[in-house]
Design a protein around this ligand. Structure first.
Ligand code: URA
Length: 201
């Protein structure tokens, strides 16, 4: 890290690696949630609401994510939520390859310290970024892959972006099924074991 960059725990407090994002951001948007969460959700990058409030997924996509989490017995505060890039791209365009690469070490640090049971990628950009291959996310949502991140094996569950459900209602089920699988794999929420469900019988 050079002197224009600083981290405080998992929070990036200063960074000027991406000149265009430095111009378009009003702040750096760091991940939120417990630093020992079993589930880590990774989005693409902050939008206007996130840039304004300084927290990932607080706009319409955030409402979809929160509702989906509740459906599987989880609260937003139970999980960690972060993004591939921490600064809002201008006009909400996708982050460029260089911007993704510039921000990668921060994401890797977050993943390494958290060492979650499952990483859930929300949409095409984070899925391709972490798997380092092209992904047909609608088709592949719900599938699990193991990847090495900083030399450590991590389980990555692919999921559509919550906003996809707003444009295409048929993706709601895909989204919810992926969240259900994530909760089961991490043994949290309603997915925390078949046993508790069977206990009532
Ligand atoms: N979309 C994302 O990918 N990330 C956010 O934080 C908000 C919307």
């Amino acid at each position: 890290m050079d002197e224009s960059e600083a981290m405080d725990g998992l929070c990036v407090t200063e960074c000027t690696r991406c000149p265009k994002l430095v111009d378009s951001r009003s702040r750096i948007v760091n991940g939120v949630g417990p630093e020992d969460a079993d589930l880590l959700f990774v989005g693409e990058g902050p939008g206007a609401n996130e840039d304004e409030q300084g927290e990932p997924f607080v706009g319409r996509s955030g409402t979809v994510l929160d509702d989906g989490l509740r459906t599987v017995g989880l609260d937003r505060t139970d999980v960690r939520i972060t993004n591939c890039v921490r600064c809002r791209p201008p006009e909400n365009r996708d982050p460029t390859k260089d911007e993704l690469a510039n921000c990668r070490s921060y994401l890797e640090t977050e993943i390494e310290r958290l060492d979650p049971d499952v990483i859930v990628t929300l949409g095409k950009v984070p899925s391709e970024h972490l798997l380092e291959r092209s992904v047909a996310v609608t088709k592949e949502a719900g599938s699990l892959e193991e990847v090495r991140i900083n030399g450590m094996p991590q389980r990555v569950l692919l999921c559509v972006h919550p906003a996809a459900t707003l444009y295409d209602r048929s993706q709601e089920e895909t989204f919810e099924n992926a969240l259900e699988r994530a909760a089961e794999l991490a043994d949290v929420g309603d997915g925390d074991s078949g046993q508790t469900r069977l206990d009532g019988f």
